[in-house]
Design a protein around this ligand. Structure first.
Ligand code: PBG
Length: 323
């Protein structure tokens, strides 16, 4: 053949054509904004390593939730920063804990907004680990009881979906059983099924004041070297009753998102975590990257890899950009 018959550029000549043949789309309903609830009234305490994000007292958080709803976001995921932390993570499962109050207020004032809750202990323990410490290590099975109690207390407060992020073995099963027994058989579980022990959670730990006081999380979160193991973790969570699964972080783990998409026909989320957000913000602040285009390309990449929805600190801005 003297000249190429196939010219892929034909389908790139105008925005109208590009739009027609585009394979992946972004809509506000795919974005979930993480929010941090803290004690007090009228409190908006900026998180310095995550520009534009703040710890919010419940009244302020409700206003933020209203804004999210107006913009058509898929929902919010709530994290709590308690006034008191202790060895037993007591406020994680206290009926009137900070997260439970934030859920109640949000569902009352903005009933149409989907409220997901992070179920974990690290924000509530004095040592910053995700469970009960016994002999210097996190005791898996004792921790399951706390998680189950926490999930039930969130459902009682009105949470639409509970999302365990602790990476204990058997947590999804324990939570499912506890929810069913308490009459919440209709509350779905979004499992942080493949959650890696990642450096990219750094800024979040400032936000949630949850950095471990000794050691690290590598005895429960996954080794970043392991891709196949993610499929095993996901399979186990689904067997235990997870309704939806999540991969976390997102952009450095696109291969894991793709593998999960190809192997499991359940709704798949990905968490563009704090470090991913802060890196982009920092580069944009320096003028090295165009913020809006970087937001869109990173979210598009995560969707292209196979994620149905994305937890992202860019949720509000991204919703505006794609509207
Ligand atoms: C644990 C939890 C963490 C994140 C979400 N849930 C932190 C951790 O595992 O240390 C990180 C989210 C982010 O970095 O944005 N409760």
């Amino acid at each position: 053949m003297p000249f190429p018959v196939q010219r892929p550029r034909r389908l790139r000549t105008s925005e109208a054509i590009r739009r027609l043949v585009r394979e992946t789309h972004l809509t506000p309903s795919q974005f979930i904004l993480p929010l941090f609830a803290c004690p007090g009234d009228g409190v908006r305490r900026p998180i310095t390593s995550m520009p534009g994000n703040a710890q919010l007292s419940v009244d302020e958080l409700v206003r933020e939730a209203e804004d999210c709803h107006k913009r058509g976001l898929g929902g919010v995921i709530l994290f709590g920063i308690p006034a008191q932390k202790d060895e037993k993570a007591s406020e994680a499962y206290a009926p009137d804990g900070i997260t439970q109050r934030a859920i109640r207020a949000t569902k009352k004032e903005v009933p149409g907004l989907l409220v997901i809750t992070d179920v974990c202990n690290c924000e509530y323990t004095s040592h910053g680990h995700c469970g009960l410490i016994r002999d210097g290590a996190v005791d898996n099975d004792a921790t399951l009881e706390w998680l189950a109690k926490t999930a039930v207390s969130h459902a009682e407060a009105g949470a639409d979906i509970v999302a365990p992020s602790d990476m204990m073995d058997g947590r999804v099963g324990a939570i499912r059983q506890a929810l069913d027994r308490a009459g919440y058989s209709q509350t779905p579980i979004l499992s942080y099924a493949a959650k890696y022990a990642s450096v990219f959670y750094g800024p979040f730990r400032e936000a949630a004041e949850s950095a471990p006081q000794f050691g690290d999380r590598r005895s429960y979160q996954m080794d970043p070297a392991n891709g196949r193991e993610a499929l095993r973790e996901i399979a186990l969570d689904l067997e235990e009753g997870a309704d939806m699964i999540m991969v976390k972080p997102a952009l450095p783990y696109l291969d894991v998102i793709r593998a999960a998409r190809d192997s499991f026909d359940v709704p798949l989320g990905a968490y563009q975590v704090s470090g991913e957000f802060s890196m982009i913000m920092a580069a944009a602040e320096k003028g090295w990257l165009d913020l809006d285009r970087t937001i869109l390309e990173s979210l598009m990449a995560i969707r292209r890899a196979g994620a149905d929805f994305i937890l992202t600190y860019f949720a509000k801005r991204a919703a505006e950009l794609v509207a």
